[in-house]
Write a protein that binds this ligand. Structure first.
Ligand SMILES: NC(=O)c1ccc[n+]([C@@H]2O[C@H](COP(=O)([O-])OP(=O)(O)OC[C@H]3O[C@@H](n4cnc5c(N)ncnc54)[C@H](O)[C@@H]3O)[C@@H](O)[C@H]2O)c1
Length: 252
């Protein structure tokens, strides 16, 4: 039931971190994967890793803040593979930590443009294509910052709360059409995003480990496993959920 043979999967932000790990995992389970990213060399590297391992993948350059890019991405997926079954809307950016009153409007707009409007825009163009299939599934990447306060990350936290709002509303709108829409809410995951946040201070890494009851941060493959579950037939009765993948963080 977690076999994705004959499924076409589109992943944004697939050039690195969680998106790349998920692209590799879907390909290992037989899916044809569209690797979308704003970074050409990283995206091409993900696609090459898949094809070198005997899988099926195509890189498509896409900035999720550009309407035309996203439209072209979905059209290109249909032209290349004939359909779209699964989408993982994962492209996202972080912010430098600062208290709310020290924030800047340009940063607010940038975060919202990528993290919220990017997910909205992707779903807007994906959904009509996905409704052509008897069943389909979308997973959006939120964060545990979507489930509660994230001090000094208020804009990021607000953007990820909004991703859950989009996810739940779309889930209800299309529940009777065979389309399931869910979100994953990772805690701290060992990706370049995490490394950028901790490289200036090694103590931050230890602190990050200590935040999780399991005593460590997560690996991108552990988020990928949750995404594959939510997109599989094992989750056929699950829609509109925001699933923490967090080493127990939100249980405290
Ligand atoms: N790493 C964490 O601790 C963590 C925790 C919770 C949630 N998240 C979320 O997970 C997602 C992936 O994060 P990651 O840690 O893998 O980050 P990452 O920085 O390692 O990878 C993000 C990828 O998204 C791409 N990207 C950025 N802006 C884009 C745009 N406008 N259009 C298309 N692609 C774009 C980047 O080029 C990169 O390849 C993000 O939405 C992030 O907010 C990460």
């Amino acid at each position: 039931m977690t076999n994705f043979n004959d499924k076409v999967v589109l992943i944004t932000g697939a050039g690195n971190g969680i998106g790349r790990a998920t692209a590799l995992a879907f390909a290992q389970q037989g899916a044809s994967v569209v690797v979308a990213d704003i970074n050409q060399s990283d995206g091409e590297e993900t696609a090459a890793k898949i094809t070198q391992a005997g899988g099926i993948a195509t890189f498509m350059l896409c900035d999720v803040t550009k309407d035309r890019d996203v439209q072209t991405l979905v059209d290109g997926t249909l032209e290349t593979y004939g359909k779209l079954d699964i989408a993982f809307n994962n492209a996202g950016i972080e912010i430098e930590q600062s208290k709310l009153a020290d924030g800047e409007e340009a940063i607010y707009d940038k975060i919202m443009d990528v993290n919220v409007k990017g997910v909205w825009r992707c779903m807007k163009y994906q959904i009509p294509a996905m409704l052509q299939q008897p069943t389909s599934a979308i997973v959006n990447t939120a964060s545990i910052a979507a489930l509660g306060a994230a001090p000094k990350m208020s804009i990021y936290s607000a953007s990820k709360h909004a991703v859950i709002g989009l996810t739940k509303s779309a889930a209800i709108e299309y529940a009777k059409k065979g389309l399931r829409v869910n979100a994953v809410c990772p805690a701290v995951i060992d990706t370049d995003m995490f490394k950028r946040a901790t490289q200036s201070d090694p103590q931050k890494e230890q602190y990050a480990n200590s935040l999780h009851p399991v005593g460590r941060i997560g690996q991108p493959e552990e988020v990928a496993a949750a995404v594959l579950y939510l997109c599989s037939d094992l989750a056929s009765f699950t829609t509109g959920v925001a699933l923490p993948v967090d080493g127990g963080s939100t249980a405290i």
